[in-house]
Design a protein. Sequence first.
Length: 264
Amino acid sequence: MTTAKEAATDAARVLAEKTGVERHDIALVMGSGWLPAVDALGEATAELSTTDLPGFAPPAVEGHAGKIRSVRAGEKSLLVFLGRTHFYEGLGVRAVAHGVRTAAAAGCSTVVLTNGCGSLQEAWAPGTPVLISDHINLTATSPIEGAHFVDLTDLYSSRLRALCREVDPSLDEGVYVQFPGPHYETPAEIGMVGAIGGHLVGMSTTLEAIAAREAGMEVLGISLVTNLAAGITGEPLNHEEVLETGKAAASRMGELLGAIVPRI
Ligand code: 8IG
């Protein structure tokens, strides 16, 4: 059996061949609502489908394979994932973590994990970016294979959060809670999230962050609030709102990432 790390090393080798970039420095995973901001990072020197690399899951929707861009931004080579494999696809945690592990094997020492999420705070209206200060993983699983006891004390790097707040002092921070999905929460579940100290709810990020930390990377997490969580306003949640909010917030998110990345 190949290990998860061996599978990522294989993918990184093919990535280097296909992009012509021997090592990348910073990986970014662009979540729901963040795709319209991707062009602000710089011009792509290469773009692949994730399925051009070994170990990546076939697309959940035919013809919608995730893309990977290699972007040169000043001195840094960025590895940008347009889309991710979600836990709710049922392909297992190795598939969820393969992107960040490939990034680590490709040389990245930092990963920026972005997502779209629901907010428990009415002050964080749709379109508000929030730094992830910590997480609560409610998937009842771990991406780590074997008895490897990884410290998560400063998982969402306080250094990188401070740097983000220098760039944009209006940025707030919150605790991100990952549910398995793909359904949204009930109002009672959102009540529980508030009681256990959560501020944001989503269906990604925590398993990737753990795998990234296991691989020795520094992690920055930024959520884009796309909706208020279930029961906060009484309005039903819908996926169109996510896409619309992303489009509307694109220029702010692009400027934010464009300002942060060169300072990492
Ligand atoms: I975008 O309200 C987005 N993703 N679990 N709950 C969960 N995931 C989400 C939500 C939400 N909004």
